[in-house]
Design a protein around this ligand. Structure first.
Ligand code: SF4
Length: 148
């Protein structure tokens, strides 16, 4: 069973990942981090605490935290499937957290290239990030970018 020290260390690591915010509900966040650490002990990787693992790394890869679906769910619903990560709007309480439907069985969304108009950060994904991981501006400061 992971102890408080392990949970707070994982929290530090997750918080240092750019452009993402942990759920401000500390009790829920700590429970999810604890479950992630239990999954790491069990499988050898931080498998999503809200999904069923096969125990086979390559089959579970898309659901190792942060999962492949996190950013799209944050864009659409303001939170990832588990509620571990939230959007900036949820963080500042401008938006309520709602139940997120499972995305992994849906067909992938078309992707585009996005450019942060402030710092020039480029990314390729369905929608711009909630917050630029480099300079911290919000998604509305991004533009679609096309190579001419
Ligand atoms: S749903 Fe959230 S907690 Fe689960 S793997 Fe994705 S990002 Fe991590």
């Amino acid at each position: 069973m992971p102890d408080q020290y392990a949970i707070s260390k994982l929290k530090e690591v997750v918080q240092k990942r750019g452009g993402n915010f942990l759920n401000p509900d500390d009790s829920m966040t700590n429970q999810l981090l604890e479950s992630l650490l239990i999954n790491e002990e069990r499988y050898g990787y931080l498998f999503c605490p809200c999904r069923l693992a096969t125990g086979k790394y390559t089959q579970d890869l898309s659901m190792i935290c942060p999962c492949d679906y996190r950013d799209e769910d944050i864009n659409e619903f303001g939170t990832c499937y588990c509620g571990l990560y939230v959007s900036r709007e949820v963080l500042v309480k401008k938006k309520e957290v709602i139940t997120v439907p499972e995305r992994k069985d849906r067909p992938p969304s078309p992707i585009k290239m996005w450019r942060c108009k402030v710092c020039g950060y480029l990314c390729v994904r369905p929608l711009p990030p909630d917050v630029c991981p480099i300079c911290g501006v919000t998604h509305d400061r991004f533009e679609e970018y096309r190579i001419k």
